[in-house]
Design a protein around this ligand. Structure first.
Ligand SMILES: NC(=O)c1ccc[n+]([C@@H]2O[C@H](COP(=O)([O-])OP(=O)(O)OC[C@H]3O[C@@H](n4cnc5c(N)ncnc54)[C@H](OP(=O)(O)O)[C@@H]3O)[C@@H](O)[C@H]2O)c1
Length: 329
């Protein structure tokens, strides 16, 4: 099979499009022929050696795949050949998803059914599931609360905008360009403001009539996190999702004390491993929202697998909106 291979940490251009033996399922495993592979920001961190865990070389990057089950290992009875499934690949344990086929444990598969579009199925896995877990289990977002979403046109941000609306929040979307703000509005944001043109602290104060914001979804970090940490409401929850700005902020804890808010970490990959039953319940809820049209992923582009370096460059160049998908067929 053809696959993207990382032989050393480096630039995206150094990734190789090459051939590997087809995978064979061990006991309890299945082989999936990929029809859609999600491109995620953490994939780019991984191949540059900037992710929290570092696999041994050579490795195939990628954590997310949708496809058809084509081979079953011994003892697998939870799915059949031909089933359309979504899989989360565990970095360091499974080979990654940037390949024509993947082999993984049958236990963790999510059955999608024919009505879920392949690319949308991918988006629902990492981006939507992260936003959902963050808002539901970590922030315990309540109807009527204010939710500020940074990077609101990005993969996780746009998902947070939609899920925040489904959960009944008033959603304040922040992004850099008019095009990105328009997308966030189109996906349900009540307000959309450029944090390049307007001071974030001032905007949050104005939009919440001086009360501060109840929940912040922050995949950006850096200066934006600092501004939000000065704009929280009493009992607020500031969700630490990621650091797309490139700077991991340092936090003066006296702010949490004085303003009575919490800084809440979110790590979706660990959540999937540590609380698989809740992850499955969440996915069932998300798929229900998808089927009834309450969430509708935005697929920015579908590219051939060989274009993985180009896809990662778009994400890291701040050029992507919603989700980019690789199609290995
Ligand atoms: N905690 C978790 O479990 C989890 C799960 C998935 C992802 N993440 C992390 O969350 C972060 C965002 O992931 P994502 O999938 O939403 O990525 P994405 O689709 O690339 O969106 C990130 C957004 O960040 C904004 N941004 C601000 N400064 C940027 C910069 N210098 N370079 C690139 N983007 C910049 C961009 O919006 P504007 O141009 O509008 O500012 C962009 O839309 C990453 O750090 C990722 O590792 C964490």
């Amino acid at each position: 099979m053809r696959a993207i291979i990382c032989n050393k940490f480096g630039t995206f251009e150094e990734l190789k499009f090459s051939t590997l033996p087809d995978p064979i399922p061990g006991p309890g495993q299945v082989v999936i022929r990929n029809t859609a592979i999600g491109v995620n920001y953490p994939d780019g961190l991984l191949v540059q050696g900037l992710y929290q865990c570092k696999p041994t070389f050579p490795f195939v990057p990628g954590i997310e795949s949708v496809g058809e089950v084509i081979a079953l290992g011994e003892g697998v009875d939870s799915c059949r050949k031909g089933d359309k499934v979504a899989a989360v690949l565990q970095i360091g344990q499974d080979a990654g998803s940037y390949a024509e086929q993947v082999v993984t444990s049958s236990k963790q598969l999510i059955h999608l059914g024919a009505k879920v579009n392949d690319a949308d199925g991918c988006a629902l896995i990492c981006a939507y599931s992260t936003a959902h877990h963050a808002l539901k289990q970590r922030a315990r977002l309540q109807p009527g609360e204010t939710l500020a979403v940074l990077g609101a046109s990005g993969a996780t941000g746009l998902a947070a905008v939609e899920i925040g609306k489904v959960m009944g929040a008033q959603v304040l979307a922040f992004a850099s360009t008019p095009e990105k703000l328009a997308l966030a509005k189109d996906h349900g944001a009540d307000q959309a403001v450029s944090y390049l043109e307007h001071d974030l602290c001032e905007s949050l104060k104005k939009l919440t009539s001086g009360q501060g914001v109840d929940v912040v979804f922050d995949p950006v970090g850096g200066d934006s996190f600092d501004a939000c940490s000065r704009s929280m409401a009493w009992n607020g929850r500031l969700l630490v999702i990621g650091f797309a700005s490139g700077r991991i902020p340092k936090f003066p804890t006296n702010l949490a004390l004085v303003k009575g808010f919490s800084v809440v970490g979110v790590f979706w990959g660990s959540f999937v491993r540590q609380q698989p039953h809740i992850y499955r319940e969440n996915m069932a809820e998300l798929l229900g929202w998808y089927r009834t049209g309450k969430v509708r992923p935005h697929i920015a582009a579908t590219m051939p697998l060989s274009d993985a370096p180009k896809a990662l460059a778009q994400v890291f160049g701040r050029k992507s909106m919603g989700k980019i998908i690789l199609d290995p067929r």
